[in-house]
Design a protein around this ligand. Structure first.
Ligand code: HEC
Ligand code: HEC
Ligand code: HEC
Ligand code: HEC
Ligand code: HEC
Ligand code: HEC
Length: 233
């Protein structure tokens, strides 16, 4: 915890300094015709920090502003300057990280905390990494059941068949966008529909009640009081 707190304090300081120095760059860039590499770097950092990808586990702010890594520690050899590019490569996995690729060029337990120790999972993934046994979605429609144990242990699916291309390892993430988490999306092969297409698993336009346990099913699982209070999961 104290490491985290220290980080936040130093991020705060670094942000304050970063803003000051980028204002300086702007002011002096008007005067000077050829900005130094150093000035470009801090301008780039300020811009990139302002564009922090929403809910990403990776933060430019920590790595560039606080830890002072140069852009070329990562770009373009390890990562493209394009959000989602690594994911699109199809090999952006823990196995690759463990072999020293992507984040693993530094997160090897030496240059930075490693990716194999159970206590570090939460630092990047933001959860305790215990797959919940049963998930019940309540948005946009109450109630849809999903069973981790069944999908992994009984059906032998790998974690990577769902994480993180179809679902982030974060409870409630899909439900944050109820307008996108719909049957139409499933029919188009997204979310559960990547498998529930009639080929890999029963189709999403059949057996409605296998997934939809309804309000009654929800009450059976969680009790009526909680259900009426609109309890989540
Ligand atoms: C420690 C590694 C690291 C460093 C250092 C770093 N980046 Fe990145 N950068 C990333 C990662 C990871 C991504 C996301 C790539 C992906 O999703 O495939 C990214 C993405 C970007 C993007 C695309 C953002 C978007 O929303 O599409 C830009 C622009 C970028 N970086 C600029 C910079 C600049 C400028 C610097 C130096 C000031 C810098 N980066 C330093 C790792 C780094
Ligand atoms: C340095 C950051 C980092 C740490 C530490 C880390 N991961 Fe990951 N993890 C990633 C990235 C990056 C991906 C690939 C992108 C994605 O799936 O979002 C990933 C993907 C995964 C996946 C998806 C399937 C796969 O194999 O790629 C699982 C499961 C996973 N991590 C489990 C863990 C566990 C368990 C730990 C702790 C032992 C851990 N991770 C520690 C960054 C990290
Ligand atoms: C160029 C080296 C380098 C690369 C590449 C790198 N990191 Fe880091 N990262 C560090 C260092 C150094 C720290 C400081 C912590 C430490 O020393 O253990 C750190 C800290 C972190 C932290 C804790 C601080 C925070 O931001 O919350 C997270 C999370 C993290 N890295 C995730 C990632 C992920 C995810 C990737 C890949 C997308 C990645 N890092 C790539 C060097 C790197
Ligand atoms: C493979 C599992 C699955 C099957 C089968 C399934 N659904 Fe869904 N359904 C979902 C998920 C996941 C959501 C989004 C989460 C939520 O609403 O709780 C959803 C959401 C919905 C919604 C609200 C969003 C929207 O699209 O309007 C309706 C209505 C719906 N389903 C009707 C049906 C009907 C009717 C059937 C049968 C023809 C069916 N579903 C079959 C998983 C399924
Ligand atoms: C068939 C798809 C599927 C497979 C396979 C799968 N998961 Fe998940 N997982 C999900 C869904 C769906 C969620 C909920 C995401 C959401 O709410 O947006 C989730 C959420 C999670 C969470 C978030 C828990 C929390 O408290 O935030 C973790 C951790 C997780 N899964 C770990 C794993 C691990 C480890 C494996 C492999 C043993 C695995 N999952 C395999 C679909 C899957
Ligand atoms: C990676 C592929 C995959 C994804 C993604 C996936 N499933 Fe499944 N699911 C399967 C397979 C395979 C079966 C078993 C074969 C069958 O019943 O057709 C299954 C079976 C089921 C069952 C029946 C369980 C039983 O009791 O027999 C339910 C309910 C279900 N899935 C719901 C969901 C929901 C809801 C989602 C999305 C949140 C989802 N699944 C995502 C592959 C997947």
């Amino acid at each position: 915890m104290s490491i985290r707190n220290n980080l936040y304090v130093s991020i705060g300081l670094a942000v304050a300094l970063g803003l000051v120095s980028s204002a300086g760059v702007l002011a002096s860039a008007e005067k000077e015709t050829s900005p130094t590499a150093e000035m470009l770097q801090s301008w780039g950092a300020a811009e990139v920090v302002a564009n922090e990808p929403a809910d990403a586990m990776f933060k430019h702010q920590t790595h560039v502003v606080d830890l002072e890594f140069d852009c070329d520690s990562c770009h373009p050899d390890t990562f493209q300057k394009k959000r989602g590019a690594a994911e699109a490569n199809g090999d952006y996995t823990m196995a690759a990280l463990e072999e020293g690729q992507y984040c693993g060029i530094c997160h090897d337990g030496d240059t930075a905390f490693g990716v194999k120790e159970p206590d570090t999972c939460v630092t990047c993934h933001g959860s305790d990494m215990t797959p919940p046994k049963t998930i019940v979605f309540t948005e946009p429609l109450k109630a849809v059941i999903f069973d981790h144990e069944l999908h992994t242990e009984d059906m032998g699916l790998e974690c990577s068949s769902c994480h993180s291309a179809l679902f982030k390892m974060k409870m409630g993430h899909a439900e944050e966008k109820p307008e996108e988490f719909t049957m139409e999306a499933l029919y188009a092969g997204k979310y559960c529909g990547a498998c529930h297409n009639g080929d890999d698993a029963f189709a999403s336009n059949t057996k409605c009640t296998t997934c939809h346990i309804g309000v009654k099913g929800f009450e059976r699982l969680f009790g009526k009081a909680k259900s009426e209070a609109g309890a989540h999961h």
